[in-house]
Design a protein around this ligand. Structure first.
Ligand SMILES: [Zn+2]
Length: 162
């Protein structure tokens, strides 16, 4: 075999083994990424579970750590706010054009839209909305931190307020 042919064969072999090596490497990369994704997903699930356990302890009144209590209180406040927004969303979706409002007898025949079955606290009417500073500031009975209006939990110390 001439040197030329021998060299060309070696070159091709090297190229083939490099290609299959690269393919193997891609496979190993994908496998390792899959393992990593699985671990991170397990970690996320455990973190969720940790949060649920802490929330349960807090709502049962048996969570003594102040930092955890504060976080649980903030989550419950957010849940409460989210539920209000959900109810408001439902109301807006159910709104019908108030045509009779512009008729000759605007108030006598008007009936409000049906109330959703979910517990719902109506938002303050636009005219009666609390102005900033117009309401007396409430403070937490336990730590004295200022509270938001209608707060269920203190975001500073996690004390239950109602
Ligand atoms: Zn407090």
């Amino acid at each position: 075999m001439s040197d030329f042919v021998e060299n060309a064969k070696n070159f091709v072999n090297a190229a083939v083994s490099r290609t299959s090596w690269e393919a193997q490497r891609q496979l190993r990369l994908r496998g390792k990424q899959g393992e990593l994704d699985k671990l991170l997903e397990q970690r996320r699930q455990l973190l969720d579970e940790l949060g649920l356990v802490a929330m349960n302890l807090y709502t049962q009144g048996s969570l003594s750590d102040p930092q955890l209590s504060r976080l649980c209180a903030s989550i419950l406040e957010l849940d409460n706010d989210a539920r209000k927004r959900e109810a408001q969303l439902v109301d807006i979706k159910q709104e019908a054009y108030p045509a009779d409002q512009f008729g000759p007898a605007p108030t006598t025949n008007y009936s409000p839209p049906p109330v959703s079955s979910a517990p719902y606290t109506p938002p303050p009417a636009p005219g009666n909305a609390a102005q900033p500073g117009a309401q007396a500031q409430n403070n937490c009975p336990q730590c004295g931190s200022p509270l938001r209006a209608n707060a269920l939990y203190c975001r500073s110390c996690g004390a239950k307020l109602r």
